[in-house]
Write a protein that binds this ligand. Structure first.
Ligand SMILES: C[S@@+](CC[C@H](N)C(=O)[O-])C[C@H]1O[C@@H](n2cnc3c(N)ncnc32)[C@H](O)[C@@H]1O
Length: 220
């Protein structure tokens, strides 16, 4: 197993909500499961992604890398997983989970709007409930970076807070999302921003009553 924990010198905390000791690492997984983001959710995300053997996948705001681990359950080492996050606690626990489950994860400390990868490095970029933890500027910067690091015809999946449709879980989760920065925090604005960056919406599907997956494809 290869685990690379690359540290950037300084991470500006204005870049997003950094999940520190109280809400990071194993505490994050505990709270996430209670709030409905357990194995079943990550399995659902992995199932939606247009994955194939041999792909190189980047997870933005990877947290404890539950998305990458769910992908590995389907494909083992046939898919290469890379994750970027701001938080030492999240990355540290992701590394522990990777070792425990014998899953190869490449983890980087950094902000999703400043990616340390060369152009055209990935077949698929995914982000799960992490855009909603950043500012509007960071989200726009991240989309620009995604377009740069994706191969032509590569996929980009934004799984993020969406305008709620009726459901019991909406009522439970609404207090967490109702104070987010702007209306742009709901993912109904991303198709326009993505289109400006050569990423075209292919499909969208609600995973929960307030979480939607939008799948984009990079045009030639
Ligand atoms: C709600 S958690 C989601 C974690 C994981 N994607 C999941 O689905 O379980 C949001 C994550 O985004 C990270 N984050 C926030 N702003 C970020 C940024 N600008 N760049 C990279 N990661 C960021 C946080 O540290 C946190 O781990």
């Amino acid at each position: 197993m290869i685990i690379i924990l690359k540290g950037l010198e300084e991470i500006n905390h204005i870049k997003g909500n950094n999940f520190g000791w109280l809400f990071g690492g194993k505490h994050y997984d505990f709270f996430a499961t209670i709030l409905g983001f357990g194995d079943a959710y990550y399995h659902q995300v992995a199932e939606i992604l247009p994955l194939e053997k041999g792909m190189s996948v980047l997870d933005l705001g990877c947290g404890t890398e539950s998305v990458g681990i769910a992908i590995s359950r389907h494909f083992g080492r046939d898919v290469e997983i890379h994750g970027v996050d701001l938080s030492d606690n999240q990355l540290g626990y992701a590394a522990i989970k990777g070792l425990r489950l014998d899953t190869s994860l490449n983890l980087y400390k950094g902000s999703m709007d400043l990616l340390p990868f060369s152009n055209g490095s990935f077949d698929l970029v995914v982000t799960s409930v992490a855009f909603c933890e950043t500012t509007s500027d960071v989200r726009r910067g991240a989309i620009k970076e995604v377009s740069r690091v994706l191969k032509n015809k590569g996929f980009f999946a934004i799984v993020d807070c969406a305008k709620p449709i009726l459901g019991l879980d909406t009522v439970m989760m609404l207090p967490f999302f109702m104070f987010k920065e702007t209306a742009e925090s709901w993912n109904n604005h991303y198709p326009d921003i993505c289109r400006e960056n050569n990423l075209i919406l292919e499909k969208e599907v609600y995973i929960k009553s307030y979480v939607k997956c939008q799948l984009f494809r990079k045009a030639d």
